[in-house]
Design a protein around this ligand. Structure first.
Ligand code: HEM
Length: 460
């Protein structure tokens, strides 16, 4: 055990687990509040769960084997996003690749994936370093002990980063702040449990949409349209992933995507590329404020490697503990805690037939805390991810999903999270505002509640 390490590892909060399966009424009521709270303790160790809720067959894949069956081997049958997911996001993303499937998804994926590929990192990382350094300087300049909402701060930081990388560096933080506010509002308004879909009723039944939801979508569209118009008006010179996407040809043709597709994919990138990373960073700050031993180990690494300056892409190989903190944070609090699909063709999972229409679920929330896969599964133990430790099975640790629909920005997101954590945490002490109760809440992503108030003070 490393020197100074507390004997008992820190166990960050999770909702109480019901002793047995909830009845339908309880399930719906609890699920609407926070679906993380519906899983009985026994569910975490199951390999697969076949169930039926009213008219809907559901399969939960919770072992590396069944995850591979569903998301890798039978991608064709199980590639469609669940109705809940599609209905929650379609008003915002239209036919964007995040919610599409079949030939359209394949076509869009082949345009969008190269834009966010790991090979783009050297081009994008300076903007990450720059934005993180600016935020760190702003924190250090605050009167010592100022309370900040770290969740909101991280949302603004990652939105600024995505603006600078995807939309070009010239676009300011003001546009990003607008979009973050509108996205937060959108998420709060979308009903994740979407009762109509849960009951197995068809897609064409209209979902209730209120004026505020439409207004939130309108605000996001307006900001993104403005950003795109700005970039395209600038002509050559300003490198941006939007421009790269605009110049790419639709596979098998010599034409670019049309304007509507272009806007939808831009919103996909914005949506997929900032809130996930923001949530990981917020969770990591919270955990480090509670786990003083891990915080001390991280500080020692940052002092030795960075000595107070901002982290760059070249520093990454020398920040193994910072990376391990991020990876372990994503194990316990996977930013996308539920991956849900709807079977569009018959298939088989764990030897049993799966009929078209069945909901096929993979819940990183369950898989990442499965006692049979992880020793001391609920404890925060970053050593699991240090070089030299055995890497988890590739279908047991899936914060970025797996198979053909894997996150296209996985290398970018991981590098961004490590660089931001290293740059911010190196310069300040962070303390949770006393009396704050932090609870994981799942909507589209997994957040530490509605806000994360923390006091920051510059390090002596
Ligand atoms: C820590 C950060 C991130 C995490 C944990 C994450 C996680 C995920 C997950 C789990 C999915 C699959 C969702 C599903 O199947 O339902 C996904 C999809 C996607 N992500 Fe990420 N992501 C992150 C950052 C990013 C970034 C930075 C970008 C791009 C700038 C990005 C772009 C995408 C896209 C385009 C998809 C849709 C892929 C498809 O459906 O084919 N992500 N992400």
């Amino acid at each position: 055990m490393p020197e100074g390490r507390a004997a008992a590892p820190y166990v960050p909060p999770f909702p109480p687990r019901p002793p047995r399966r909830l009845k339908l009424g309880q399930l719906v009521a609890a699920g609407r509040r926070n679906w993380l709270a519906v899983w009985p303790a026994g569910a975490f160790n199951r390999d697969v769960i076949f169930t039926r809720i009213l008219f809907r067959d559901i399969v939960v894949c919770n072992s590396p084997e069944t995850v591979a069956e569903a998301f890798v081997e039978q991608h064709e049958a199980f590639q469609r996003k669940s109705p809940q997911h599609r209905h929650a996001l379609a008003p915002l993303l239209g036919d964007g690749l995040f919610v599409s499937d079949g030939p359209l998804w394949r076509e869009r994926r082949r345009v969008v994936a190269p834009v966010t590929h790991a090979s783009r990192l050297p081009e994008l990382a300076p903007a990450i370093t720059e934005a993180a350094a600016e935020r760190a300087a702003a924190w250090r300049a605050l009167p010592p002990g100022t309370a900040l909402d770290v969740l909101e701060e991280m949302g603004r930081l990652t939105a600024e980063i995505i603006c600078r990388t995807i939309f070009g560096r010239a676009l300011g933080a003001e546009a990003a702040a607008d979009v973050v506010a509108a996205f937060a509002e959108y998420q709060a308004l979308v009903d994740q449990t979407d009762l109509i879909s849960l009951l197995g009723l068809p897609d064409w039944i209209p979902r209730p949409r209120n004026a505020r939801l439409r207004a939130a979508v309108g605000r996001i569209h307006a900001v993104v349209d403005r950003l795109i118009a700005d970039i395209l008006a600038r002509g050559a010179g300003e490198a941006s992933l939007i421009r790269a996407m605009a110049e790419a040809k639709v596979p098998g043709t010599d034409r670019p995507m049309d304007a509507r597709a272009f806007r939808n994919e831009a919103i996909v990138l914005f949506m997929a590329g900032h809130e996930t990373t923001a949530n990981v960073l917020a969770w990591a700050c919270f955990i480090l404020s509670q786990d003083s031993a891990s915080a001390a180990r991280l500080r020692a690494e940052l002092d030795a490697v960075l000595g107070g300056r901002a982290a760059t892409l070249e520093d990454l190989p020398r920040l193994p503990f910072a990376r391990a903190v991020i990876e372990e944070t994503m194990r316990l609090y996977p930013p996308v805690p539920l991956l849900s699909r709807q079977a569009i063709a018959p298939g088989r999972i764990a030897g049993r037939e799966v009929k078209p229409g069945t909901m096929v679920l993979v819940a990183p929330w369950l898989l990442h805390r499965k006692p049979a896969l992880w020793e001391n599964a609920d404890a925060f133990l970053p050593d699991r991810f240090l070089p030299g430790a055995a890497r988890p099975h590739r279908h047991a640790y899936i914060p970025f999903s797996v198979g053909p629909r894997v996150c296209t920005g996985q290398h970018l997101g991981l590098a961004e999270a490590v660089l931001c954590l290293a740059t911010l945490f190196g310069g300040v002490e962070m303390e949770l505002v006393p009396g704050t109760e932090v609870k994981p809440v799942a909507r589209l992503t997994l957040r530490p509640g509605a806000a994360l108030p923390m006091r920051v003070r510059p390090r002596a």
